[in-house]
Design a binder for this molecule. Structure first.
Ligand SMILES: Cc1ncc(C[n+]2csc(CCOP(=O)(O)OP(=O)(O)O)c2C)c(N)n1
Ligand SMILES: [Mg+2]
Length: 368
């Protein structure tokens, strides 16, 4: 294990000899399209928050290659235990865009019925487990689910995503340890975007790399250029194949950069150098992939415009739909929590409903 970072696409779009994962033209274009869509989604999401139309947003600018390239190595039947910064995953896996946008607004069509923060999706239709706000919890959950699959003797693979900051969490230790001991079919994707809100990676860990932490647990740890989609794909494909063969977990550190602020609630210019941002901006993963596609004559300006405009229009329609949609019903607070709600819970629901005005959707005033 060295601090070396695997890279395939050079700055000029050329590919390192013998390293191209040889994806089909259609697949390459689909991956590029998903990265472009993820960025449009992020731009729109933050704009809606700034306009006061949604309460919170969290972007993945600069990290599109890291999550799109890694998730592309899974089968549809595999499972994802995500963090909150992988918008390309639902897009690539074909989730219903209304589920995504209605989640931002917390409408009745939001699969979580407005019970989650915006951008904390739960998408059963694509095996995408509910995003947790507490840092790192998905790591031990993924390890446990992978152990269960192994016991059931099915060949599902589990992929979990987390940041550099999450490697300091208790759940990172529990998940990595259990998975390695039990040789569970899980791939740990650590997206090292250099920051955990305002904490730089140099203040996060005494380890030279995140990937080297894997060695202590007894699994391979691989570092890859997280802004190079082909390199991410290649490394993750190996890790997924290994997991499916029953040879156990791998940790992949994708070395990347959070080009935006942590979320809509902070301003990165208050705590980090513009110069650092500029350096990473030159390594934008979308431009890098675009250069590669151009060399292969798979990209044109007209195509870029077409895919961008089509997605922007679909997204605008989804936003319009969400804003016109009903809120979750009052009953929904009591539903889908227990399979068989208790007598007390049902009484509470009846009591709350009885406070409704006859013509109105609003709940009346509570007797204090
Ligand atoms: C257990 C816990 N501690 C603290 C927080 C507050 N918090 C939210 S995001 C974050 C930083 C996480 O950084 P990292 O894991 O690198 O992920 P990134 O946001 O960079 O993708 C922190 C500390 C939290 N949500 N949960
Ligand atoms: Mg981070």
């Amino acid at each position: 294990m060295t601090a070396e970072v695997l890279r395939i696409i050079e700055r000029d779009g050329k590919v390192a000899k013998g390293k191209d994962p040889n994806l089909s033209d259609d697949r390459l274009r689909k991956l590029y399209q998903t990265m472009v869509q993820a960025r449009i989604l992020d731009e729109r999401g933050l704009a809606l928050q700034r306009q006061g139309r949604i309460g919170f947003y969290l972007q993945a600018l600069g990290q599109e290659a890291s999550h799109v390239g890694s998730v592309a190595t899974l089968l549809d039947s595999d499972w994802i235990f995500p963090a909150y910064r992988q918008p390309g995953i639902p897009l690539l896996r074909g989730a219903d865009l209304n589920h995504i946008v209605c989640e931002w607004f917390g409408t009745g069509e939001d699969p979580s019925k407005g019970r989650q923060m915006p951008v904390h999706y739960s998408l059963r239709e694509i095996n995408f487990v509910s995003i947790s706000s507490p840092i790192g919890t998905q790591i031990s959950q993924a390890a446990g689910a992978a152990m269960a699959a192994k016991i059931r003797k099915d060949d599902t693979v589990f992929m979990t995503y987390f940041g550099d900051g999450a490697t300091s969490s208790n759940d990172f230790h529990a998940g990595m340890n259990f998975a390695a001991v039990r040789k569970a079919p899980v791939v740990f994707v650590c997206e090292n975007n250099q920051w955990a809100i305002s904490t730089p990676v140099s203040m996060q860990s005494g380890s030279e790399t995140m990937a080297q932490k894997a060695i202590a647990y007894g699994m391979p740890g691989v570092r890859v250029d997280g802004n190079d989609i082909l390199a991410v794909y290649r490394v993750c494909k190996e890790a997924v194949d290994r997991a499916r063969r029953g040879e156990g977990p791998t940790m992949v550190e994708t070395v990347t950069y959070r080009m935006g602020s942590h979320s809509s609630a902070d301003d990165a210019s208050r705590y980090r150098d513009q110069e650092e941002f500029e350096r990473w901006r030159q390594r934008d993963p979308i431009l890098r992939f675009q250069k590669y596609l151009r060399r292969r004559e798979l990209w044109t300006e007209e195509w870029e415009q077409e895919i961008s405009e089509n997605f922007s229009a679909t997204l605008a329609a989804a936003v319009k739909h969400a804003e016109a949609s009903d809120k979750p019903t009052i009953q929904s607070m009591f539903e889908e929590v227990y399979m068989n709600p208790s007598k007390q819970l049902l009484e509470q629901m009846e009591q709350l409903l009885s406070l409704k005005g006859p013509e109105s959707d609003e709940v009346g005033e509570f007797p204090l």
